[in-house]
Design a protein around this ligand. Structure first.
Ligand SMILES: *[C@@H]1O[C@H](CO)[C@@H](O)[C@H](O)[C@H]1NC(C)=O
Ligand SMILES: *[C@@H]1O[C@H](CO)[C@@H](O)[C@H](O)[C@H]1NC(C)=O
Ligand SMILES: *[C@@H]1O[C@H](CO)[C@@H](O)[C@H](O)[C@H]1NC(C)=O
Ligand SMILES: *[C@@H]1O[C@H](CO)[C@@H](O)[C@H](O)[C@H]1NC(C)=O
Ligand SMILES: *[C@@H]1O[C@H](CO)[C@@H](O)[C@H](O)[C@H]1NC(C)=O
Ligand SMILES: *[C@H]1O[C@H](CO)[C@@H](O)[C@H](O)[C@H]1NC(C)=O
Length: 829
């Protein structure tokens, strides 16, 4: 009981720690919060301190202005709104900028009447670093205007000028602060939705100014600055729903699984991802042919908008069951969205997709719909949406305008009209590189092996395509010397990166199926997002690591291409895709117990080789069932070394780069020691073993609390000696009790809390082989094996032929001999 409790509390601790690690509050590098017209040194609003801007402070604007105070402040209203600064001519606030990049600018307007001014009659023209962000702006009630703009200089100037119809301008409060890094990143490839359909914008217009128009917590309640990581306000979606009865609110109480590469808490707070609208399907026989539609008022004609849609699959009970379409203004903007793939094969993992929308009509609305995809099965048709942000693309900073900047703020009133027209000529392409999402693929069909859409799916095959030899010095089967492959050949191999050939997507970019060389050999071509800063180190790591190792159970690198800022890795093709797809969440036939054991043994062999076989001792760091791929003969291979690090330098690099493993597989010891070791791989592999046995994801947030985490839940049953209770129903009656016992014990040892208590991969391999022997009882056949070296897994013919030379390091022979002798003496271990 005590160990169980300890394990549980440890697991709980690790959850707390992981929440802590992933959620350290955002602290902007530049952070100016001004309480305009106030002489008070500081007032605290939503946990932030706003400072006054009277003449004694460093924030005083240059130019003619007056501080005024509301003689009758409403007790309800914010402390910020009891004072205002009134400008009777152009006045300028100048903010020193420490960190260049996107900044948020919020201007608060809350009109009141003082002795000399009725602020309801004030109208402001506002220019920020030469860009007109507001023109003739007046308000009869409190309004907060929010802008995102790139500041790449040492100063941000905000100039207030009375509009030509008014004698004064005013403002109550100003916020200027740095946006989180990578909030918007130029990388090209965002979809532009217009009445002409979808186009891809290749222009790189990084200096766009965005004005927030709508920020919606779909299915949820109003969120105030107090609740939001960037002090934003989110409002409910109800009033925008065209047909309320089409939608039904979905809610979860579990916090979202923020994953590296996905959306962050800064993109939207937990509460946005914990609620959604889904299709209100009244009964199971009902026709699913309907959409959920929202209409958002916008300035439509001649305006462009940036739209960010937030998703988090809190409705599915299994992966790869939810497919839906997104329509914007009646155009298919994204067909067959598969959040399981986009969000790294985890449910309840936040993600978002960006669009640029252009409307030529004057409807005054932007219509966003979601509806079921043809890919989903009738029983599970659904569509969800968690959040919407719509931002008007205000302007651009062109070089021509920059040169005229000195006069600009005087002339701004007359310039503004032309600016709106001009802005049409410039398009913003704002992509979150971090999430590396690609533009929507309206015509993309899923590849025939539909499940083969792992985040970092690629692979090799063991079917003999390598048997011609890939010695680096000789002409390989692909017709190349060495590993470099010309870009043109890859274009040819993939039909110019044909979308229909996409077989996977994720972290690094897209994965295409290709046919290469004179022998028409199938390959997987992993093309990095161009200009991806984050991908480059992983790209080089992968080339370095993979080019050095050849092993039957490790995915082989065929070659790479680093021309014209392309980063492409080419692997052999793995016909049967990731192991996970054969376990759950797809229509693939279930694997037999014998097959599963063979697959686990193969993967263990590959890992064992990584840990011990090469000179450096490589730690994989991201072992999971999507990184174990199956070739056409169901031989398993470990894939994805992009995250691998060799042992010795791990400590420093790791701490500085943060958690890179996957949720649900991560070594709990990581939280104590901030360090991953080869025993961390053993832990992750233990989770995979239980995944194989129970055919369910490592983390399934929609299950009951005690079942959410597979490691925790399976360990409980294993320790009670009742593991058979949670075995995949497909395996019932197939597994011999002795084999199950051995397998369960092996997985249990892998999941020991402390690395030192876990077996080495060599021991794991040995025990799995024993479990296989107990299942198949193939003693006679082995004794007949005339080589005298009994094999328990399918014949390793290539190693026999010496193709992989000394890479296949012979440890397998040692371990199988041990198994053999153990069998002969009929002892357990
Ligand atoms: C102040 O709050 C009360 C209660 O919440 C509300 O009835 C009243 O209308 C509010 N007054 C103003 C001026 O907003
Ligand atoms: C505010 O109200 C005044 C008079 O009450 C009106 O003249 C003005 O147009 C209104 N302004 C806005 C922006 O609605
Ligand atoms: C948001 O913050 C307010 C306090 O301002 C709090 O009362 C409310 O419960 C919070 N809402 C959520 C959803 O966290
Ligand atoms: C359930 O579906 C049937 C068949 O489409 C339909 O006739 C019936 O009205 C539905 N029930 C409800 C409550 O909508
Ligand atoms: C959903 O909306 C789109 C765009 O208006 C439309 O083309 C499609 O037919 C609708 N789907 C259903 C099932 O009504
Ligand atoms: C586009 O953006 C990249 C990265 O931000 C930058 O290096 C490049 O100079 C930009 N190109 C243009 C034409 O602005």
């Amino acid at each position: 009981m005590a160990p169980l409790m300890a394990a549980k509390s440890l697991h709980f601790l690790s959850i707390i720690l992981s929440i802590f690690l992933f959620s350290s509050a955002f602290t902007p590098q530049d952070n100016y919060l001004i309480n305009c017209g106030s002489s008070t040194s500081s007032v605290t609003v939503d946990n932030r301190n706003f400072v006054g801007d009277d003449s004694s402070s460093s924030n005083t604007p240059q130019g003619k202005s007056i501080s005024i105070t509301n003689p009758n402040p409403s007790p309800n209203s914010s402390a910020l709104y009891t004072t205002a600064r009134v400008f009777t001519s152009s006045s300028k606030y100048a903010f020193k900028i420490k960190s260049s990049g996107t900044h948020l600018v919020r201007l608060h307007f809350s009109p009141f009447t003082s002795q000399n001014y009725d602020l309801r009659h004030g109208e402001s023209d506002v220019v920020a670093n030469g860009v007109s962000i507001l023109s003739s702006f007046g308000a009869n009630f409190t309004v907060v205007k929010e802008f995102f703009l790139m500041v790449d200089k040492l100063e941000l100037e905000i100039v207030f000028t009375p509009s030509k119809d008014s004698s004064f301008a005013y403002v109550n409060a100003i916020e200027v602060f740095s946006a989180p890094k990578d909030f918007f990143i130029d990388a090209g490839g965002v979809a532009l939705i217009s009445p002409n359909g979808i186009q891809e914008f290749k222009q790189n217009v990084s200096y766009q100014v965005l004005e927030t128009v709508h920020r919606i917590n779909v299915g949820g309640s109003k969120l105030t600055p107090f609740n939001d990581t960037l002090w934003r306000t989110w409002i409910p979606d109800e009033d925008f729903l065209v047909l309320k009865s089409a939608a039904k609110i979905a809610r979860t109480t579990d916090p979202p699984n923020y994953l590296p590469g996905g959306a962050t808490r800064e993109n939207a707070p937990d509460n946005v991802y914990m609620t959604a609208q889904q299709m209100n399907v009244v009964n199971n026989t009902m026709n699913f042919q309907f959409n959920i539609t929202w209409d958002f008022p916008v300035r439509s004609r001649d305006h462009m908008h940036f739209v960010r849609l937030h998703f988090c699959d809190i409705v599915s009970i299994a992966l790869n069951t939810l497919y839906f379409n997104i329509y914007i203004n009646g155009i298919v903007a994204y067909k067959d969205v598969d959040l399981s793939v986009l969000a790294f094969h985890q449910l309840a993992s936040p993600y978002y997709i960006d669009f640029v929308v252009k409307d030529t009509k004057d409807s005054g609305m932007m219509r966003i719909s979601i509806g079921p995809s043809d890919l989903s099965t009738t029983l599970r048709k659904n569509a969800i949406l968690n959040g919407v942000e719509i931002m008007r693309m205000v302007n651009f900073v062109g070089s021509a305008r920059k040169s005229k900047k000195r006069n600009l703020w005087v002339l701004v009133g007359s310039v503004v009209g032309g600016v709106f027209a001009l802005s049409l000529a410039f398009l913003a392409i704002l992509v979150i590189l971090r999430c590396r999402r690609r533009k929507p693929k309206p015509k993309t069909r899923r590849a025939p092996s539909a499940g083969w859409t792992s985040v970092r799916a690629y692979g090799g095959s063991s079917d003999g395509t390598m048997s011609e030899g890939t010695a680096l010095a000789s002409l390989g089967p692909y017709g190349y010397y060495g590993l470099k492959i010309p870009f043109d050949d890859l274009k040819l191999a993939t039909n110019n990166f044909d979308k229909d050939l996409i077989i996977g997507s994720g972290g690094f970019g897209m994965v295409y199926k290709g046919i290469i060389g004179e022998n028409n050999i199938k390959v997987a071509v992993k093309r990095g997002v161009r200009g991806s800063r984050q991908g480059l180190p992983e790209f080089h790591t992968e080339i370095t690591v993979l080019s050095k190792i050849r092993h039957r159970h490790l995915v082989s690198l065929v070659g790479y291409c680093e021309e014209q800022s392309e980063m492409i890795l080419v692997y052999e093709y793995m016909d049967n895709g990731p192991l996970r797809n054969h376990l759950y969440g797809s229509d693939l036939p279930p694997l037999s117990w014998k097959q599963r054991l063979e697959i686990c043994i193969g993967a263990a062999r590959g890992l064992h080789y990584l840990h011990t076989g090469s000179a450096q001792g490589i730690i994989h760091r991201d072992i999971k069932s999507t990184n174990i791929l199956l070739d056409k003969n169901y031989v398993s291979k470990v894939a994805d070394f992009g995250l691998s690090k060799s042992g010795p330098c791990l400590n420093e690099t790791h701490v500085s780069t943060g958690v890179k493993g996957s949720f649900g597989y991560l070594d709990p010891e990581y939280f104590r020691r901030q360090q991953l070791t080869d025993k961390s791989d053993v832990y992750s592999f233990g989770v995979v073993l239980f995944e194989v046995l129970c055919a369910r994801p490592a983390v399934d947030p929609l299950l009951d609390r005690e079942q959410v985490n597979l490691a925790e839940w399976a360990m409980e049953w294993q320790k009670k000696g009742m593991i058979e209770q949670i075995v995949d129903p497909h395996l019932i009656g197939q597994i011999k009790p002795s084999s199950l016992k051995k397998f369960g014990e092996t997985a249990e040892k892998c999941l020991a809390d402390y690395g030192v208590d876990r077996p080495s991969m060599g021991d794991v391999l040995w025990n799995l082989e024993y479990a296989y022997q107990l299942q198949t009882n193939e003693r006679q056949r082995e004794q007949q094996d005339d080589t005298g070296a009994p094999r328990v897994v399918p014949e390793d013919s290539m190693a026999r032929r010496g193709i992989y030379g000394d890479s296949d390091d012979g440890t397998s022979d040692i371990s199988t001999s041990r198994v053999f002798s153990q069998l002969l003496t009929s002892e357990g271990r």
